[in-house]
Write a protein that binds this ligand. Sequence first.
Ligand SMILES: NC(=O)c1ccc[n+]([C@@H]2O[C@H](COP(=O)([O-])OP(=O)(O)OC[C@H]3O[C@@H](n4cnc5c(N)ncnc54)[C@H](OP(=O)(O)O)[C@@H]3O)[C@@H](O)[C@H]2O)c1
Length: 315
Amino acid sequence: MAFQISLAMYVTLVCLALITLYGILKNIINSTYCYAIGPLFNKVNFKSKGKWALVTGCTDGIGKEYARQLAAKGCNIVLVSRNLQKLQATAAEIHIDFSVETKIIQADFTQEDIYEKISIEIEGLEIGTLVNNVGISYDYPEYFLQIPDWNDKVRAMFSANMVSVTRMMAMIMPDMVKRKKGVIINIASATASIPSPLLAVYGATKAYIQKLTEAIRIEYAGNGIIVQCVNPGYVTTNMSGIRRDSLLSPTPKKFVRSALALVGSANDTNGYYPHFILFDLITSLESLFKPFAEWATYRSMRNVRSRYLKKYKRQ
Ligand SMILES: NC(=O)c1ccc[n+]([C@@H]2O[C@H](COP(=O)([O-])OP(=O)(O)OC[C@H]3O[C@@H](n4cnc5c(N)ncnc54)[C@H](OP(=O)(O)O)[C@@H]3O)[C@@H](O)[C@H]2O)c1
């Protein structure tokens, strides 16, 4: 009997070790391909996909960097954002730095009557790359029922995060399908794949982007269109409120340089290797000890909420 138990235990341990080893090896192979080998062989010539790239939410942060780095690759840039002065300044900066053409379109993505105007403004432009970057989040982590200005805030998140991606793809893709080429980059968030307590609506809108992007990529795989979903962790922007960059919170420049290199080799990616390692650890932990992972993220978000409320004396 003792022998049978120890044999059973031995077999179980060996199986567990093999499964763990398989998981580690699979991740090493996948990440090495995605982040190191793939980009060497799948370099995308963005300009050859169409003369223009269109970026939403492009006067700051990640969106501005996509606009700049696509301009550096020779694309003319259509900038769509809400603040006219910032649009004009960004367009001038890009034109001077990269000698490409720019076009600005002022649009507030929390509104849903903007798409006809955008469609008229881009008529006749060959848009080879679409970056659906615009997105808004909570001002601070908050319980679902206590989100300040609930109706307006939740509606704004639905419009800016979900409707924008859906409508912009529906607007731009027909021409890409006709020309049998194009690149679509949809910016979701790493929060979409891990528990997002106190950011419930934001996390859910980003999960929508992931699902939508995956399905459209499969549907249009035969049409020469690259469809990529990027799921960043923290990046030093106004949205994150993080000012100093670090290994886990890169500058937008560092982040976008890494993410753009992965177009063509990674369909659904964190875009930046340290983020991949971090979120891979979190999802592995979640699959092993889900209640612990949920407790840890909830606790950490509650701390962020408390600090914010204390700072702004709302408690
Ligand atoms: N930063 C992060 O840590 C992080 C992490 C995960 C995912 N993301 C995602 O990355 C994307 C970009 O975030 P970010 O951190 O770069 O944001 P950001 O620094 O706040 O910049 C947002 C850009 O979008 C524009 N914008 C905001 N609301 C808009 C609206 N209603 N209509 C039109 N334009 C609008 C802003 O223009 P104004 O200057 O006029 O506001 C700005 O140019 C978002 O989808 C976000 O969810 C960010």
